[in-house]
Design a protein around this ligand. Structure first.
Ligand code: NAD
Ligand code: MG
Length: 384
């Protein structure tokens, strides 16, 4: 039995992971956490026989305590207490945003293997997170579909001489606004932006997919996870989301990872690694698909990808600032406080104001994140 903790269990990834846990006979769920949806969290705990939960929002935690006789942790140390007390073999971090960094750090510091959906952890503190995993020997298993695909493809070349893998390619669906010009994006609504053509996801990542910031965050994630230079990483738009990633090899061959877009596949891979597990999914039907299309990214209509790449190349605290500004701008867009194209403007203005530090600690990252959020909020006011 593998003892599992799911952080962010009430979210899109969290709920899908719970379905997989219910169907698996080798996973024992020992603790779960959420931000504030306590009723859903308690229902999950009851359904899965979990006796210990953490809730970030204090008021929601109090309501949960009044309604349930299990252990409800809250406060700044809640996640650390939860993880240590649960003694898991594996933690799934499915929290959204830089709020997930602390959970990544706690898990890896304890030497516990981490299934990481929270890509923002690697964007904000990539070098430190990777160093921490190496120091404690904890394994980092990516849940993001492209990175799960790359992880598997790279593993298939294990034992080959250095330099065998020359290039990594991540595919992007292009989001709901693929094919539109910049001027066609001025008046797009929240509903249109949330209407993703191939993936069903939480609100923040759906907007990131519409701006292509998601692919920018994923480039930084891939750079950190696989230690590959930005020059050797590329993005190609692939509207069907069937090819998730590809690696190009020294002998002229390329290996790709294919499947219908379904997050259960990469989640299950991370939860069961190194075993593959049986999922009741339709096999890929190439005849029915007929054709797969690929096209270049329109960087003028979708400037967030270039902003992320530039921040990644700059390094230091630049990706942390980029991510914080993006979180503030996306929240404002979802709240209808800013227009779609202003998301990129807020990020660019925040990055140009920020003092980027090349060397940093987890504490400096928290400061840089906080400062960037304040600057981004000011830019939102100026733009309004
Ligand atoms: P979501 O918004 O559906 O769920 C987020 C979860 O995080 C919720 O359970 C929420 O309670 C919890 N949470 C939020 N803020 C928190 C805080 N301050 N403290 C503790 N918990 C908090 O998000 P999602 O779509 O499931 O995405 C989760 C992560 O997985 C993100 O980093 C996202 O980029 C990544 N991811 C998601 C998908 C997808 O298909 N949804 C695909 C690839 C990667
Ligand atoms: Mg992805």
């Amino acid at each position: 039995m593998r003892r599992l903790v799911i952080l962010g269990s009430t979210g899109s990834i969290g709920e899908q992971a719970l379905e997989l846990v219910a169907a698996a006979d080798d996973l024992e769920l020992v603790a779960i956490s959420a931000e504030r949806r306590w009723e859903r969290l308690i229902a999950q705990a009851q359904q899965h026989g979990v006796r210990r939960v953490a809730i970030a929002d204090e008021q929601s935690a109090q309501l949960a305590r009044a309604a349930w006789d299990g252990e409800v942790l809250s406060g700044p140390e809640a996640l650390a207490e939860l993880i240590v007390a649960a003694e898991p073999d594996l933690v799934l971090n499915a929290i959204v945003g830089s709020a997930g960094l602390a959970a990544t750090v706690i898990t890896l510091s304890e030497g516990i293997d981490l299934a990481l959906a929270n890509k923002e952890s690697l964007v904000v503190g990539g070098e430190l997170v990777i160093e921490l995993a190496a120091a404690t020997g904890a394994r980092l298993l990516p849940v993001d579909s492209e990175h799960s695909a790359l992880y598997q493809l790279i593993a298939s070349e294990n034992g080959q001489p250095p330099g065998t893998i020359e290039r990594l390619t991540l595919t992007a669906s292009g989001g709901p606004f693929r094919g539109r010009r910049r001027e066609d994006l001025e008046a797009v609504t929240v509903e249109e932006a949330l209407d993703h053509p191939t993936w069903q996801m939480g609100g923040k990542i759906s907007i990131d997919s519409a701006t292509l910031m998601n692919k920018g965050l994923e480039l930084i994630e891939a750079h950190q996870l696989f230690g590959v230079a930005y020059n050797d990483l590329e993005v190609v738009v692939h509207p069907q989301s069937i090819v998730h990633a590809m690696i190009s090899l020294a002998d002229g061959s390329s290996l790709a990872h294919l499947g219908y877009p379904d997050m259960k596949v990469p989640i299950a891979y991370a939860l069961h690694w190194p075993q593959r597990t049986k999922l009741e999914l339709a096999p890929l039907d190439l005849e029915q698909l007929g054709s797969l299309n690929f096209e270049a990214v329109d960087n003028e209509a979708f400037p967030c990808l270039s902003l992320a790449l530039a921040a990644g190349r700059e390094g230091g605290t630049a990706p942390c600032v980029l991510n914080a500004a993006n979180e503030v701008a996306v929240a404002a867009f979802l709240d209808r406080r800013c227009a779609f194209l202003q998301i990129a403007e807020v990020i660019e203005a925040t990055l140009s104001d920020a003092e980027i530090m090349q060397s940093y600690s987890f504490e400096t990252l928290i400061d840089a994140d906080r400062a960037a959020r304040a600057t981004a909020a000011e830019h939102l006011v100026t733009l309004a």
